[in-house]
Write a protein that binds this ligand. Structure first.
Ligand SMILES: Nc1nc2c(ncn2[C@@H]2O[C@H](COP(=O)(O)OP(=O)(O)OP(=O)(O)O)[C@@H](O)[C@H]2O)c(=O)[nH]1
Length: 564
């Protein structure tokens, strides 16, 4: 079953994701951690233990999938090597001076009847392959130095522990009589080595001193997935996914990597505001000094005046009713931010997950000024679409700048998606859109991503061009589901929002993509976007790589911004 990266759930066998399987905005509210005031120290420990067990299970699953992938890769590599070696030997038997003609004939006969039981001299010609299989088996059979049992404890299998056997070439050679012919000697050596391998495969390692589960497991796990540690970032990411009702077996390496990246991107903003906010909201109703301090913290984080005012007044209302301990105050603040981020979607009555509709032509117009990451975003969305099983196409309608077409073509190659472009210089963007829609209809494309020009002389030109493109779409694909997404560079803060206002008048925008959250961006700009533009954020980008973009989740974003 294909994983739908837009909806973040598996597609049904029909290819259509089940809307009912998981709530659109996953059970965040219900699964929010209990407020500190009502939870006892004991159940806090229980929650921590549960989360640790959950994280371990998720890590183990990722690990197993990685190993399975590696094994299948190795096996297919081996199979390829085996086939090519056999082919080579069969097709072009190399004459060897020291071997008799008889030997060579034997070899050819054996290769054409590889299942014979008798060990002929010719068998040795495939020894490396058999050896490889035996070695693979050895890896499979040999116990890992420290096993995690089903009960989560660490231990070894029952039985007498013996030192793992190390086989040296010298030892193997010593066991073989020297009076044998070269080929016989090789066969005997191989046999001896195999016997030693089998013996070592069932040998037990020295019993380990059992360490406390958490520390030993994490150390072992750290060693087992190269470059992917069972660390604080992993724990935080799994906690965020657990809170959204995800099962440990469904969690992928990509999701963890993404969440860690997002959190890292917002690290600076979080460090700048979190502790101070905690201290202020934990002091009861906000006095003037507290209001001024929160205001300055939020404005520095690019939240913008409008959104800052809203946050403070909503917070104040609650704090006047009851005093909240710091943790609970932050939990309440998080809920305000989530509500703000989700409001545009709720108002529009649309689904909170944003995905192309299957078996329908979806046209997503990507707009935004040059340099904000529009082309990169198109490439990343195309990659997500491809991975999620959608038929995707890109229309290179940013003809204003010649290099833009070339750039989008490169992203098309990177994401494995075809690009429709017009080679003529300064081609009419509407004509490119026309061609792209024709191609999309002919190929039953489900998602057509259209790159549009951002750098036009003035607002009127921009408006004219975008309206022309919309007219073509309405005429040529009246049933298509059209979205117009504005790409905004988060590092530009309030300046970016001013550009956004121009586009929102010109392009009938339906959503925003926020890019470069991995850089110097202050995450608060997301709140300014929804408050000032009234548009939902649909995707966020946090890096230049093809995997560095994901559908926006208010829950994940706010956790990355405000969880300590
Ligand atoms: N750090 C970071 N860089 C990004 C991100 N998205 C895009 N970029 C970089 O921003 C630069 C501009 O990106 P483009 O995709 O070319 O932007 P554009 O809006 O298409 O602009 P033009 O190419 O001029 O049309 C490139 O160097 C990208 O690698 C992001 O999420 N994080």
């Amino acid at each position: 079953m294909v994983f739908n990266w837009f909806r973040r759930q598996h597609n049904e066998p029909s290819g259509t994701p089940s809307e009912d399987k998981q709530p659109e905005t996953p059970a965040v509210q219900q699964t929010q951690p209990e407020p500190a005031a009502t939870s006892t120290a004991e159940n806090a420990t229980d929650v921590a233990v549960d989360l640790l067990a959950y994280a371990k299970a998720a890590y183990k699953n990722i690990q197993q999938r990685q190993q399975a992938d590696e094994q299948s890769e190795t096996l297919s590599d081996e199979a390829t090597t085996e086939t090519s070696q056999l082919k080579e030997v069969t097709e072009t038997p190399q004459p060897q001076e020291e071997k008799s003609l008889e030997d060579k004939e034997d070899k050819e006969v054996f290769l054409s009847q590889p299942t014979t039981d008798d060990q002929t001299q010719a068998e040795l010609s495939v020894a490396p392959l058999e050896q490889a299989t035996a070695e693979a088996q050895e890896v499979e059979n040999s116990p890992s130095p420290l096993e995690i049992r089903g009960d989560g404890e660490l231990g070894t299998e029952e039985g007498v522990a013996t030192e793992p056997t190390v086989i040296t070439n010298e030892e193997t050679q010593r066991a073989v009589p020297t009076t044998l012919s070269f080929l016989e000697k090789a066969a005997a050596e191989r046999q001896a080595k195999q016997e030693r391998l089998i013996a070592s495969a069932i040998a037990e390692p020295e019993p380990e001193v059992v360490q406390p589960a958490a520390t030993t497991t994490s150390r072992q796990e750290q060693e087992e997935i190269p470059g992917f540690a069972f660390d604080e970032g992993f724990l935080w990411s799994t906690e965020v996914l657990a809170a959204q009702g995800r099962r440990p077996e469904d969690i992928s390496l990509e999701e963890i990597t993404w969440l860690k990246k997002l959190r890292q991107g917002l690290d600076k903003t979080r460090r700048n505001i979190l502790n101070q906010l905690k201290a202020i909201v934990g002091q009861g109703p906000l006095n003037l000094a507290a209001v001024t301090e929160i205001e300055s913290l939020l404005l520095q984080a690019d939240v913008g005046v409008e959104a800052t005012d809203y946050i403070i007044s909503t917070l104040q209302k609650r704090l006047r009713q009851e005093a909240l301990p710091p943790e609970e105050g932050i939990a309440y603040l998080k809920s305000i931010l989530r509500d703000m981020l989700d409001t545009p979607i709720q108002k529009s009555g649309k689904l909170s997950s944003f995905a192309p509709e299957k078996e329908t032509l979806n046209i997503w117009l990507m707009t935004g000024v040059n340099g904000v990451g529009k082309t990169t975003t198109i490439g990343k969305i195309a990659h997500l679409a491809n991975k999620s099983g959608y038929k995707c196409l890109i229309g290179a309608a940013d003809t204003f700048r010649a290099a833009a077409v070339e750039q989008v073509k490169i992203w098309g190659q990177r994401s494995g998606v075809e690009v429709i472009a017009n080679p003529a210089k300064n081609a009419d963007p509407a004509a490119v859109v026309f061609d792209a829609i024709s191609a999309a209809l002919a190929r039953e494309t489900e998602l057509l991503l259209v790159d549009t020009a951002g750098r036009l002389q003035n607002k009127k030109n921009l408006m004219d061009e975008l309206s022309k493109v919309r007219r073509i779409i309405d005429k040529k694909a009246p049933n298509a589901k059209v979205e117009s997404l504005l790409v905004l560079d988060a590092t530009l803060g309030q300046n970016g929002l001013r550009q956004a206002e121009v586009f929102s008048q010109a392009a009938q925008l339906s959503g925003v993509v926020l890019t470069k959250l991995d850089g110097t961006a202050k995450g608060g700009v997301a709140l300014a976007v929804v408050q000032q533009l009234g548009l939902p954020i649909r995707f966020i980008g946090a890096g230049e790589g093809v995997e560095d973009l994901r559908p926006f989740s208010s829950y994940e974003f706010v956790e990355a911004l405000l969880s300590g």
